[in-house]
Write a protein that binds this ligand. Structure first.
Ligand SMILES: [Zn+2]
Length: 448
């Protein structure tokens, strides 16, 4: 008599938590979790699955975690490249402030489709407008996410409609979202607190968001050390650097997810390590406008590092592309001048896009690696293709050659959400058709 399981993934190559590749493996999923892993010759006879995914010629990886994105910026695709400053005031602010609920809903749907089709199973949204529509999209799509609202209460170029009337007003909006959606989608969706960045936050807002995040046991999503302007602003207003300013108001802590981290001093890196802050890099966004983060130093000091796409305004949402660009950029900038070819190993890049992201989202024991007892958030990559096979070592090959479109199947929380590249939870054709009609209208309304 065979033991019952919900899903069996049979005869696959499997990426272990130590970045080894185990061949001929079967993974057993019951309800939302992985309950057994082992050689197919043993497990295939032991279990019977309601559904079986054949893994021959495929690599099973943990689902990727996009630890910093903007689902609300999906309709900016192709709009910002080659534009002169200030993109923030000329394009982003008018765009975001003119979005209607239905635009956010459609944009989030396209964003979720793109993520699922490129191997992302979890994301952290740093906060836009009409976030209840993003929450609904997360629930429908089957993705796992931590989302929040954009909070700003000062700053030039920002219209009053985008500013909170007071710090309490900003907190109230997030608390309402929290009451309605935290834990929704069978626990897949979490509501977090946020600070857009230091320059758009009053001291009162920084203190209040830090307090609220602690009170609710939630994460705090911020943009940090993204621009030199931000450092200059902090030095002028507080005689401190950005991370030190957040720390002054009690915001720097283990529940902080800090995106970007490009223009940090050595002292700030040490302070963030001490406070247990989770660092997230967005390689293409960072290389495009602000330079090269001190990632080798951060790795050496043992900081937790995740990876994000920073949304569709300046790149695709594929973390495979982010890994590849990050490796090339860091190698050229930090490695070549000192003749260090291993300044950023492939294993570390993959860790950033998986377990590092899981830590940034405050769920390192739930996702990020393939282990018994963890949530079944998994992707299957078709390796039987000339750009992947044959190879000497699969781990470097993932960074060098695998694309988002090589992901064939995706499982989140024990449910198959994509099978043979067909999204099972959303109507892809309808969403693409409707959003194709909506995008030009959004752009006319925003005047961009
Ligand atoms: Zn961002």
């Amino acid at each position: 008599m065979k033991e019952q399981a919900d899903i069996l993934i049979t005869n696959c190559s499997l990426m272990t938590p130590d970045f080894e590749i185990a061949e001929g493996q079967t993974v057993v999923i019951r309800d939302t979790r992985i309950v057994d892993i082992g050689p197919s010759e043993t497990l295939n006879g032991k279990y019977e699955g309601k559904e079986t995914l054949r893994g021959k010629g495929k690599l099973l990886m943990p689902g990727l975690v996009d630890a910093h994105t903007h689902t609300c910026q999906q309709f900016l695709r192709g709009r910002t490249l080659g534009e002169y400053p200030m993109i923030w005031s000329r394009i982003l602010v008018p765009f975001e402030s003119s979005l209607r609920e239905e635009d956010v809903y459609l944009g989030a749907q396209v964003s979720c489709l793109e993520m699922m089709k490129s191997g992302t199973t979890t994301f952290a949204e740093s906060g836009g407008v009409h976030m209840h529509k993003v929450a609904e999209t997360v629930i429908e799509s089957g993705l796992r996410a931590a989302i929040t609202c954009s909070t700003m209460d000062i700053g030039p170029f920002i219209p009053d409609s985008m500013k909170a009337a007071s710090p309490e007003d900003a907190a109230a909006r997030i608390e309402e979202l929290y009451r309605s959606y935290n834990g929704a989608g069978e626990g897949r969706l979490r509501i977090w607190f946020a600070l857009r960045q230091v320059m758009t936050s009053t001291p009162a807002l920084m203190s209040l968001m830090a307090d609220k995040a602690r009170e609710y046991g939630a994460g705090l999503h911020v943009h940090l050390a993204e621009h030199r302007d931000e450092v200059s602003y902090c030095l002028q207003h507080y005689q401190k650097r950005p991370a030190e300013v957040f720390d002054m108001f009690g915001a720097l802590g283990p529940n902080m997810l800090a995106a970007h981290n490009v223009v940090l001093s050595e002292g700030e890196i040490a302070l963030m390590k001490e406070r247990g802050v989770k660092v997230v890099h967005c390689p293409r966004s960072n290389f495009g406008s602000h330079g090269f983060p001190k990632t080798p130093t951060m790795m050496q000091q043992g900081l937790s590092i995740g990876m994000g796409s920073d949304g569709a305004a300046g790149s695709s949402l594929s973390l495979f592309d982010e890994m590849r660009v990050f490796r090339s950029g860091l190698h050229a900038f930090w490695g070549l001048p000192i003749f260090d070819p291993v300044v950023i190993p492939a294993e570390e890049l993959i860790r950033m896009a998986t377990a590092g992201g899981a830590a940034a989202l405050q769920i390192p024991d739930e996702i990020g690696t393939i282990e018994i007892g963890k949530k079944a958030d998994l992707i299957l990559i078709d390796t039987d293709q000339p750009h992947i096979w044959p190879n000497h070592r699969m781990i470097p090959t993932i960074v060098e050659a695998v694309n988002g479109s090589d992901v064939k199947d995706s499982i989140i929380d024990g449910a198959i959400v994509m099978k043979d590249r067909q999204i099972l939870t959303m109507d892809e054709e309808r969403i693409l058709y409707e959003s194709g009609k909506a995008l030009p209208e959004v752009s006319v309304r925003a005047g961009i």
